[in-house]
Design a protein around this ligand. Structure first.
Ligand code: MG
Length: 288
C-alpha cells in the first residue's frame, strides 16, 4: 500500500494512494498532524487499519505533505554509502579512508524539524550561513516494529516501508564541523515523499534512485550497490539504541552530487531538484 498525508478542504488527511498514483482515499485518523506516524504505531500494536472515510479524490487536487511531517526525533542518515559516491568525494576534505574498507557506516542525525513536503519549496539560507547548497537523492527506510539490538538476519521484519528524501546539505557547513548534523539540518532541508510504499510492495534492497537538477539527470544508482546494505544499517542504528515505529533511516546517496562535479556546481535560487525512486514515485522541489 501507499500511505500518504495531504491537505485538502482546509484540513490534513491521512490515507492511501491508488497503485497508479492517481487517486487518494482518506482514512479515519483522529489526528492527522503527525501524518502516517500514528497509523504505523497502531499497526505495530496489532490494531485494525483505519477504514476509508471519505471521498476518493484525484491526486492533482490535493496538496501532498511529507508522509511523516513531524518525525518523533532526528532522522538517522548514512554517509558515503555507495562506492561511486565515496569515490567522487575521495579527493575532498572528507577522511581519506574509503568506506568500503571501513566496517562501520558513517551515521549522523538530521533534525526532524527540517522535513518538508514532496513539492514544497526549499528555502536557500543567507549567504553568510552557506554558499554551497547541494542535493542528495536517497531511499529512506521507515521503521515499523521497533526494537533494540536488531540482528541483520531479522532486520527486514522491522521495515514498515520506504519513501524518498532529499538529504539537502550545506557542504561548507558540513565540512567546517567535525560532525555533519548542522550542515544537514537547515530549515526545509529534508523534502520527503510523495508517500510511503509498504515493504510488502517494494524491496528497498533492489530498486533504483535517480536525481535531476533542472531536468538534467545527475544521479542514477541501484540500491544493491550500497556499501552497507539495509539490514546492516538497521543492525547498526539499533545497536544499544531503541528504534521506534516511524523512525527514518536515510540510506545514503549515489554518485552525482554537485560537490562531486568538476568543478563543483552548487544549487542556486530557482533550481528544481527532482528525485525518483522506482516503485515509490517522485518528489520535486524548487529552491528559493
Ligand atoms: Mg545523505
Amino acid at each position: 500500500m501507499r500511505w500518504a498525508t495531504w491537505q485538502w478542504g482546509g484540513r490534513h488527511h491521512v490515507g492511501t494512494i491508488s497503485a497508479d498514483g492517481r487517486e487518494a482515499t482518506p482514512h479515519a485518523v483522529v489526528d492527522a498532524s503527525y501524518g502516517v506516524l500514528p497509523l504505523i504505531q497502531a499497526m505495530v500494536r496489532g490494531e485494525p487499519l483505519p477504514q476509508p472515510s471519505g471521498t476518493r479524490l484525484p491526486v492533482e487536487v490535493i496538496t501532498l505533505r511529507a508522509p511523516l511531517p513531524r518525525p518523533l526525533r532526528s532522522l538517522f542518515c548514512v554517509g558515503r554509502n555507495y562506492h561511486a559516491h565515496a569515490a567522487e568525494l575521495a579527493g575532498s576534505v572528507f577522511r581519506q579512508t574509503m568506506p568500503a574498507e571501513d566496517p562501520w557506516p558513517i551515521v549522523f542525525g538530521k533534525l526532524g524539524e527540517c522535513v518538508v513536503g514532496p513539492h514544497d519549496a526549499v528555502k536557500m539560507p543567507l549567504p553568510s550561513a552557506s554558499i554551497q547548497i547541494d542535493y542528495e537523492s536517497e531511499l529512506a527506510v521507515v521503521i515499523g516494529q521497533g526494537g533494540r539490538d536488531i540482528p541483520r538476519s531479522r532486520a527486514m521484519d522491522h521495515v514498515f516501508g520506504y519513501t524518498n528524501v532529499n538529504d539537502v546539505t550545506a557542504r561548507d557547513v558540513q565540512m567546517r564541523h567535525q560532525q555533519w548534523d548542522l550542515g544537514k539540518s537547515f530549515d526545509t532541508f529534508c523534502p520527503m515523499g510523495p508517500w510511503i510504499v509498504t515493504a510488502d510492495e517494494l524491496d528497498g534492497r533492489a530498486t533504483r534512485v535517480r536525481g535531476w537538477v533542472n531536468g538534467a539527470l545527475r544521479q542514477d544508482g541501484l540500491t544493491k550497490d550500497m556499501i552497507h546494505d539495509i539490514p546492516t544499517l538497521i543492525e547498526t542504528c539499533s545497536r544499544g539504541i531503541t528504534l521506534y515505529p516511524g523512525d527514518v533511516i536515510a540510506t545514503g546517496t549515489p554518485a552525482g552530487v554537485g560537490m562531486g562535479l568538476k568543478p563543483p556546481q552548487w544549487l542556486k535560487a530557482g533550481d528544481v531538484v527532482r528525485i525518483e525512486i522506482d516503485g515509490i514515485g517522485v518528489i520535486e522541489n524548487r529552491f528559493e
